[in-house]
Write a protein that binds this ligand. Structure first.
Ligand code: MG
Ligand code: MG
Length: 275
């Protein structure tokens, strides 16, 4: 059953989403060759607790860490390790928090140093497909419209769309109804209504869409060993339109990148009180 949120709940969820966003922004300043996932995991846990949150993934279904860190051919659910990142790696980091009773859930795929143009294109197209999906989150459209837009964009570039792992409703639970697949048919699925809050999160592979799981019972990797990217925003339906609650602003600020891409999906600009 879908739990629609009130305006007050959405404001609380915005705070949770901003805390995960700031956590990823903090990590963006740390990611470089030689750094380990375990180091980032410790930094993130400390940062979240210092800012009044609780790591949302740690202990959830038994997951051992604060961050899911999935380099290169790993898709999602990677366990932070002591293996140093290398120049040219990509690293998908997924972060959850629980604050004021509501979850935030946010992911970004980072480049470690300089990456090749083919891999950069995978990152760009995956992020574009996220925004194409968000743009379909409009009153009385359907979940399948989001799914279709993501799939069309990714596949038009020859990429594989992961089937087994999907976006989801978000709220007092990390995973609520409805599921938001990254593939599907236009006009199918549940109708989108006011107060719906979704975590939309395309997981896009450079090659085959097929995946396999590591013996650790968590880590998902591509079946062909080619790289995979993952970007995730928390989005609420407010006044019939998508309102992005999370933000890549802090990451772009850290990396010196332009910050305007979310502006079309935000009713008010980020203000000083958000810092
Ligand atoms: Mg996530
Ligand atoms: Mg999620």
């Amino acid at each position: 059953m879908i739990k629609y949120k009130t305006k007050e709940e959405i404001e609380l969820m915005r705070q949770s989403a901003l805390l995960v966003s700031k956590t990823l922004g903090m990590l963006a300043r740390e990611i470089k060759p030689g750094v380990t996932g375990l180091h980032l995991d410790r930094l993130a846990e400390e940062y979240i607790r210092d800012h009044g949150g609780i790591p949302g993934f740690k202990g959830l279904y038994g997951f051992p860490n604060t961050l899911c860190i999935s380099p290169n051919e790993q898709v999602v659910h990677g366990i932070p390790s002591d293996k140093p990142f290398e120049e040219g790696d990509i690293v998908s980091i997924d972060c959850g928090v629980l604050m004021n009773g509501y979850y935030g859930d946010h992911a970004y795929t980072f480049a470690v140093g300089e990456i090749g143009p083919e891999v950069q294109r995978l990152l760009d197209v995956t992020k574009e497909s996220l925004y194409k999906g968000i743009d379909q989150m409009r009153l009385n459209r359907r979940i399948g419209d989001i799914s279709y837009a993501i799939q069309q964009h990714a596949e038009s570039h020859g990429y594989g769309v992961v089937r087994e792992l999907v976006g989801h409703g978000l709220g007092r639970k990390m995973h609520e109804d409805p599921s938001v697949p990254n593939y599907g048919r236009r006009g199918s699925g549940k109708k989108i209504k006011e107060g719906l809050v979704l975590a939309i999160e395309p997981m896009i592979n450079m090659g085959t869409h097929r995946i396999v799981q590591y013996p650790d019972g968590w880590t998902i990797k591509t079946a062909d060993g080619l790289p995979s990217a993952h970007f995730e925003h928390d989005v609420a339906l407010v006044n019939g339109k998508p309102e992005i609650l999370s933000t890549f602003y802090y990451i772009y600020d850290a990396l010196g990148l332009p910050t305007g891409e979310e502006d079309a999906f935000r009713s008010r600009p980020l203000s000083l009180e958000d810092y």
